[in-house]
Design a protein around this ligand. Structure first.
Ligand SMILES: NC(=O)c1ccc[n+]([C@@H]2O[C@H](COP(=O)([O-])OP(=O)(O)OC[C@H]3O[C@@H](n4cnc5c(N)ncnc54)[C@H](OP(=O)(O)O)[C@@H]3O)[C@@H](O)[C@H]2O)c1
Length: 345
């Protein structure tokens, strides 16, 4: 496809090397290569995620530089794929993409003014959800949905523990857990965050800096432990999770907010026949059926109010704005979602 109708350059948050916040730059880069199976999208909103900081620091690797940061955006389709095989496939057609249609995207390297992405990575925004809310809810909403359906199937009567419960992902997991009929226990650092978590349905909030988390969880569960733990903290909380799980429980290692979990022996699972998973949402959204099912479901749950999207702050699309968002997120003071507005009204 010719890129003649597109601008020659884009503005993007990118890095030329891994490192501290200062390596995040706002760069002018060539318009991305448009493959025949790609949708081209003019970006309106950027969602900030913890994973952006892992890539910036080098915990997760980039293969070449400059590397565009970010994996969550929303905006308007400005060009459809040109590959006739794609255009004629029932999987593509059921998504009803059209020029001018709004989509939310989960694809690495998309914090920029224009993006070109494989069509399956763009979720049509349905059920009347705005592009602002879609950029705030897509990645964490899909993570909550897929992890509660596939990593551990949360069901009525379960008691589950969610670390970082007042964060972007945590608040969505808490609401989904309640919707599915579970009792939700969550950990967080401050009373203010605890109040927010309770307002989003969390049954028991543990202030882990003041209270003994293991003791409280065992008290709440009459010494039995929880069916599942969803742990986005990582290094600092990993070990104690084993004391809070019941026999045949499931530990879902969700992320590394405090650092990566060191290698672990399978023998650790033996005393209670536990299950341990370290999934990533992307690997649950690979086939067209998975994308169509979860994509529509996340917007339905947002639109119906089951998943209320809590936006912490909107940052400007400037180098300082990009750096500040990552500083705030890793500084542990935020609640809910951090957004960056790309298109000005
Ligand atoms: N596997 C996947 O596919 C996937 C997808 C999305 C997100 N995630 C993971 O889920 C976790 C939450 O992501 P999020 O974007 O929603 O972030 P977030 O929860 O909004 O922010 C991180 C929170 O982690 C807590 N925290 C605990 N120890 C920390 C430390 N040493 N440094 C910084 N924060 C610390 C803080 O909350 P308190 O004040 O309550 O301690 C902080 O606010 C991350 O680990 C992320 O990588 C994984």
């Amino acid at each position: 496809m010719s890129t003649a109708k597109f601008p020659e350059t884009i503005e993007a948050f990118a890095i030329n090397k891994t490192g501290g916040f200062e390596v995040l730059e706002k760069l002018t880069l060539p318009f991305p290569k448009v493959e025949p199976g790609h949708l081209v999208i003019k970006v309106e909103w950027i969602g900030v995620n913890f994973i952006d900081t892992y890539y910036r620091q080098g915990l997760y690797p980039y293969t070449s530089f400059p590397a565009i940061l970010g994996k969550e955006t929303s905006g308007e389709i400005i060009a459809l794929p040109t590959d006739p095989e794609v255009l004629n496939s029932p999987d593509f057609q059921r998504m009803e993409y059209k020029v001018g249609g709004k989509v939310a995207v989960d694809f690495l390297g998309t914090h920029s003014t224009y993006i070109s992405v494989p069509w399956i990575k763009a979720y049509p925004i349905t059920h009347g959800v705005s592009t602002r809310i879609a950029a705030a809810g897509l990645v964490q909403g899909l993570t909550a949905l897929t992890f509660f359906e596939e990593s551990y199937k949360v069901k009525k009567g379960d008691t589950i523990l969610i670390h970082t419960v007042a964060g972007g992902l945590g608040l969505l997991m808490a609401q989904l857990g309640k919707h599915l009929g579970a009792t939700v226990i969550g950990t967080t650092s401050t009373k203010e965050k605890a109040e927010l978590a309770k307002a989003h349905g969390v049954d028991h909030v543990i202030l882990y800096k003041e209270e003994d988390t293991v003791k409280r969880v065992l008290e709440i569960t009459n010494g039995v432990g929880v069916e599942a733990v969803f742990d986005g903290v990582g290094k600092d909380t990993f070990e104690s999770n084993f004391e809070m799980l019941r026999r045949k429980g499931t530990l879902v290692s969700v992320g590394n907010a405090s650092g990566a979990v060191p290698p672990v022996s399978p023998l650790k699972l033996l005393p209670k026949n536990l299950k341990l998973l370290r999934p990533t949402m992307n690997n649950y959204l690979v086939t067209p059926d998975e994308a169509a099912y979860y994509g529509d479901k996340v917007f339905e749950l947002i639109s119906s109010g089951v998943l209320k999207i809590n936006i912490f702050k909107e940052y400007p699309f400037t180098q300082e704005g990009g750096q500040q968002a990552q500083k705030d997120l890793t500084g542990g003071k935020t609640t809910g979602k951090l957004l960056i507005k790309v298109v000005q009204d």
